[in-house]
Design a protein. Structure first.
Length: 80
């Protein structure tokens, strides 16, 4: 039950994640398709290009799922 307390304390982060998921519904499908344990609120990362043409969801770095022009692909995030 510790994870429930963590999410309750960080409700602002949960609201932020929910608003992003509403903007990018494909991310919800990715989460549903992948078996995963309860996530810590700060392990969820979203990256969006400035022009909004591509968005990526990272649940367990260095893997991420990116969408562009309606197609979703799995990518590996690397440092610059």
């Amino acid at each position: 039950m510790e994870w429930v307390r963590k999410w309750a304390i960080l409700k602002d982060r949960l609201v932020e994640i929910a608003s992003v998921l509403r903007m990018f519904p494909w991310m919800v499908d990715m989460v549903k398709q992948r078996p995963m344990s309860i996530l810590h609120p700060y392990t969820v990362e979203v990256y969006v290009t400035k022009d909004g043409s591509e968005a990526c969801l990272s649940l367990n770095p260095p893997k991420a799922f990116c969408a562009q022009n309606g197609s979703v692909r799995e990518v590996r995030l690397t440092g610059i």
